[in-house]
Write a protein of this length. Structure first.
Length: 78
């Protein structure tokens, strides 16, 4: 604990340009990630909405498919 409490060491850390640059880049990257996460949430909502529009079509298609498959039990010609 004693290492960082000395003023010289604290000022040396705060004056380190490379450290400050890395922290700035990390902040920018973090902000970009937050923005992309917001965009991804909007896109996910759009995809879910579009998928729900196709649900009735899929339901009818499954009924049609299994009806055609079951026709073979009535007569092999189907």
């Amino acid at each position: 604990m004693e290492g960082l409490t000395k003023n010289k060491e604290i000022s040396a850390i705060l004056e380190d340009d490379e450290l400050i640059n890395v922290l700035d880049v990390s902040k920018i990257t973090g902000d970009e990630i937050k923005q992309r996460m917001k965009e991804a949430a909007v896109t996910e909502l759009e995809i879910d909405t579009t998928r729900e529009n196709y649900r009735p079509v899929a339901f009818r298609a499954q009924i049609l498919f299994f009806t055609i498959v079951d026709l073979a039990t009535i007569n092999a010609m189907y």
